[in-house]
Design a protein around this ligand. Structure first.
Ligand SMILES: Cc1ncc(COP(=O)(O)O)c(C=O)c1O
Length: 414
């Protein structure tokens, strides 16, 4: 048995989060015990928490089937967006009353970016030039870039794609809004949220962070670092399920001035007043639009119960770093030298919860890995992604993934 295999057993035995694995539906037996799959794709779709099917069944059969319309009030359907927002809040370092759940990440990017431009303009003084630039992370997940481009056209702004490291130098008195990804979806690089937020504020602009790849995997500190607006999905490290609704954070002090470009009736101060004129609700509710997607929203609410047993995001982060360190160590020990190149930074302060390895035949390699029960994913054109969700991935999983990867890479040559 290899040195790494022995260490994996020791690390699993000492893992304070190990018991949480039982709260998820994963292949029987666990990693290392045979042919069961090692699931390293929770950075794309989180695994199913075991409590969710029963809760969804209750929502469908009893709440919808029996109570019908009464559930909007009696089962709290109407207030679910802000109630579930308050459940996500501690995981991203936000006090209650600043997050609403609903719509997709893409739609929330739109609300946040246009809202940020409007905030910047409402704060404009007559002295300087009008703020007419939106800066976007040039390495962004595509949807953010597409929406920022459309938001720029609609608001009469110029869009400036800039690599995150160059953002401080690109900011100026014309910058209205900056849209950044906290963790790069392709490389797993963690960007410096405190420093970049401070740089945006020093330029008098407003920042929007996309937390899709960090929420539920590492501490974010939205309030602590004075972030203006943030969005994120809930189907990755929050395990809300396929197409689970996203969320929007608007910092408390900005809520009165937040002017949503999608002012639906759910964000009206008096939604059942059915008035022809729009009057925004106070607080985070302004981020709502139309009727919430109750079935997937309540599945998400059940999925968040996993966090209720006292697990802290700091413990999750510590295990995430230990898992990714161990994976890199195993890859180095097992994989023939030069066969892959690691795109994810080694420094803990610059790493999210995934490892991205570049190899020219990545598409074929990932297919073979999946065929042998190691499920990661492939990102065009040559990236193998392995996501580590500390709530249910263990060290034996990690060792096995690296071992199977080495077998595949050795067989396929280069
Ligand atoms: C950083 C980031 N933003 C946005 C999205 C997707 O947005 P939506 O939830 O609207 O599909 C993803 C999906 O993986 C993502 O990684």
């Amino acid at each position: 048995m290899s040195e790494q295999r022995i260490r994996a057993k020791e690390l699993d035995a000492a893992d304070v989060l190990a018991a949480l694995r039982a709260e998820f539906v994963l292949d029987e037996g666990g990693a290392g015990s045979g042919g069961e799959a090692v699931y390293l794709d929770g950075n794309s779709l989180g695994a199913l928490p075991a409590a969710v099917p029963g809760r969804v069944e209750d929502v469908v059969r009893r709440q919808w089937g029996e109570l019908r319309i009464r559930s909007w009030t009696e089962e709290g359907w109407w207030t679910a967006p802000e109630r579930i927002g308050d459940r996500i809040a501690p995981l991203v370092g936000a006090a209650a009353g600043q997050i609403v759940v609903g719509d997709s990440t893409s739609v929330n990017v739109f609300k946040a970016v246009v809202g940020a431009v409007r905030l910047a303009r409402s704060a404009d003084t007559a002295a300087g030039p009008a703020r007419d630039e939106i800066v976007v992370d040039a390495t962004t997940f595509p949807t953010d870039g597409y929406i920022a481009e459309s938001a720029a056209r609609m608001t009469g702004c110029t869009l400036r794609p800039v690599p995150p490291s160059g953002i401080p130098d690109a900011l100026g008195e014309r910058t209205a809004a900056v849209l950044l990804n906290h963790v790069d979806y392709r490389t797993g690089r963690l960007h410096d949220l405190p420093a970049l937020t401070a740089a945006v504020h020093a330029a008098g602009a407003y920042v929007v962070w996309d937390l899709c790849h960090s929420a539920g995997a590492l501490p974010v500190g939205l309030d602590e670092h004075g972030v203006d607006l943030a969005v994120g999905c809930t189907y990755k490290y929050l395990n809300g399920g396929p197409g689970a609704p996203a969320y929007l954070y608007v910092r408390a002090e900005l809520q009165d001035r937040f002017d949503s470009p999608l002012p639906g009736w759910n964000s009206h101060a008096e939604p059942f007043g059915m008035r022809p004129e729009y009057a925004p609700a106070p607080g985070a509710l302004r981020g709502r639009v139309g009727t919430p997607d109750i079935l997937s929203m309540l599945a998400l609410e059940a999925a968040l119960d996993v966090w209720d047993g006292g697990v802290t995001i700091e413990e999750v982060r510590a295990k995430s770093l230990a898992l990714t360190d161990f994976f890199l160590e195993c890859v180095e020990a097992y994989v023939p030298g030069g066969r892959v190149e690691c795109l994810t930074p080694r420094a803990h302060g610059k790493r999210g919860s995934q490892i991205a390895l570049r190899c020219p035949d990545a598409g074929d390699v990932m297919q073979r890995l999946i065929g042998r029960g190691v499920v990661g994913d492939f990102r065009h054109p040559d990236v193998l992604r392995f996501g580590f969700t500390p709530l249910y991935v263990g060290f034996a999983d990690t060792e096995r993934a690296a071992r199977v990867l080495a077998e595949v890479l050795t067989e396929t040559g280069a």
